[in-house]
Write a protein that binds this ligand. Structure first.
Ligand SMILES: [Ca+2]
Ligand SMILES: [Ca+2]
Length: 139
């Protein structure tokens, strides 16, 4: 039942503050800061290291499940993470390598960086977040 869930990788949202943002729709303070591509890749590497618990160079389904559980398995967050993992797992072997993680982070950065100036502004982040969520919490 958690086939998709366990194949998820939160390359851009794996810090608690950012996960909180995803789950609540509220911007975390760190999310407001402009970010360069180098920052994005560095953060992706750090996140990868945290998620790769056994340090084998791959984020596996079990490791991902452990992360989402830590984050409370919020359905919206899990759903977004699942989509990110699916796009990161370029060779579809069910796990994400460090290289795949870096490529995903770079691609995600370029997607959010609407004017391609190498900096993510709060406005660009907000636009990307709105586009990614698709649904707003309007009960
Ligand atoms: Ca691993
Ligand atoms: Ca892979």
């Amino acid at each position: 039942m958690h086939r998709l869930l366990v194949a998820a990788l939160p390359l851009l949202i794996a810090t608690p503050a950012l996960a909180q943002e995803i789950s609540t729709g509220q911007a975390a303070p760190t999310w407001q800061n402009a970010q360069t591509k180098a920052d994005a890749l560095q953060r992706a590497a750090l996140i990868f290291g945290q998620l790769d618990r056994n340090q084998d160079g791959f984020i596996t389904q079990d490791e991902l499940a452990a992360f989402t559980k830590t984050m409370g398995d919020n359905p919206r967050m899990v759903g977004r993470v699942t989509r990110m993992f699916a796009s990161a797992d370029a060779n579809h072997d069910g796990k994400v390598s460090a290289a795949e993680a870096q490529a995903q982070a770079a691609a995600a950065f370029d997607t959010v960086d609407a004017n391609h100036d190498g900096i993510l502004t709060p406005e660009e982040r907000q636009a990307a977040r709105a586009a990614a969520s698709g649904t707003q919490p309007a009960q």
